[in-house]
Design a binder for this molecule. Structure first.
Ligand SMILES: Cc1cc2nc3c(=O)[nH]c(=O)nc-3n(C[C@H](O)[C@H](O)[C@H](O)COP(=O)(O)OP(=O)(O)OC[C@H]3O[C@@H](n4cnc5c(N)ncnc54)[C@H](O)[C@@H]3O)c2cc1C
Length: 317
């Protein structure tokens, strides 16, 4: 048997959480096949092959992110390899492709899992519900398990050995490529990306407005960090949507997460609770974020942040 992992990449840049899904799959079955979709998938095949995939299958001739076409490629491999499971990390693309896979094969889809045990036809999963505030233990009645892992539920571990890379051109209809990315509009992000940042300085409503992000930007630059924010901040137009952390934003797990004027609503916590060290700055000592913080600073961001910037600058001199 084998497990098929659908890797997520953006124009040849591997989403690092794909290595987490690959690690999780290896723990379930030493034989793991990986699918990368699109010609630019060739750029990430080597990294996946070096990470414990027996074979990395590159589906060529598929447009740059077309979810149904990616699912067709996965279904074609399911037919050929008869895996016990199709797994991915629950990135927006990962979940979308797996939802199509499950729909095409008419099997259930268990999204946002933190644990998976293969036991066909009654697979066991533990998965996040309500934005990660509760864990649900469930049985998935299906010979083939289609499931996504919550990002950062598993730590990516390297593997010995090098797998092979094989290319194939999946059979697609026009309908399979009807939904596809045709253009990307938006600001090119400068600096460190949120998903891979080791340090994140994040602001919430408590910073008071867009100008309140000036010391956050400054601190982030000094710490070589990415800037994040809460949904209130993006909804108010203070910061762009791609900086939102949380259930409906980016899920992050940096070494250090500094939450400035963020209350710690469940939906925000769902996106950052696995951060290794959480520092919260808040005027309210009883704010929910304080319950998750390893270090809490009770105080006004307008005085604490400039002091932190000055101290960091001095320490670097
Ligand atoms: C379906 C759904 C999905 C959602 N998804 C997300 C998501 O992905 N990400 C997300 O963040 N939210 C999400 N939300 C919104 C979430 O419920 C909260 O409304 C939001 O996270 C609150 O943002 P906040 O902490 O910035 O603001 P608030 O909750 O208003 O908190 C502001 C905090 O700042 C503190 N404060 C005020 N002044 C100061 C000061 N001068 N100095 C220091 N501290 C100060 C206050 O004590 C308070 O704790 C979602 C909601 C729903 C319904």
């Amino acid at each position: 048997m084998t497990i098929l992992v659908v890797a997520d990449h953006d124009r040849g840049v591997l989403d690092p959480t794909s290595l987490q899904a690959l690690t999780a799959a290896r723990a379930l079955d030493p034989q793991v096949d990986v699918l990368v979709v699109g010609d630019t998938g060739r750029d990430v095949a080597g990294e996946l092959a070096a990470h414990g995939a027996a074979t990395v299958h590159v589906a060529t001739g598929v447009p740059d992110y077309a979810p149904q076409a990616a699912a067709r490629a996965a279904v074609e491999l399911v037919g050929r390899l008869s895996p016990s499971a199709v797994l991915a990390t629950g990135t927006p693309r990962g979940n979308e492709v797996l939802a199509h896979v499950a729909a095409i094969l008419d099997v259930p889809f268990a999204a946002e899992c933190v644990e998976v045990s293969l036991a066909a036809p009654d697979h066991q999963v533990v998965r996040n519900r309500w934005g990660g505030s509760i864990l649900e233990t469930a049985v998935v009645h299906s010979d083939l398990l289609v499931a996504s892992y919550v990002a950062h539920a598993v730590k990516a571990e390297p593997a010995d050995g090098a797998g092979t890379v094989a290319e194939f051109a999946p059979v697609l209809s026009d309908a399979d490529t009807a939904v596809r990315v045709v253009d990307r509009v938006g600001e090119a992000s400068a600096g460190v990306g949120l998903a891979e940042a080791r340090v994140i300085v994040s602001g919430g409503r408590g910073v008071g407005g867009p100008e309140g992000f000036a010391p956050i930007d400054e601190l982030a630059e000094l710490l070589d960090a990415a800037v994040g924010c809460s949904r209130v901040v993006t909804s108010n137009g203070w910061r762009p949507h791609n900086e939102q952390v949380g259930q409906t934003g980016t899920k992050v797990a940096p070494d250090l997460y500094i939450a400035c004027g963020i209350s710690g609503a469940t939906q925000h916590i769902a996106g950052m609770r696995t951060s290794k060290t959480i520092v919260a700055i808040n005027t309210d000592k009883d704010a929910p974020i304080m319950g998750y913080a390893h270090y809490a600073i009770v105080g006004d961001v307008s005085t604490i942040l400039p002091a932190l910037v000055a101290a960091t600058r001095a320490a670097k001199e």
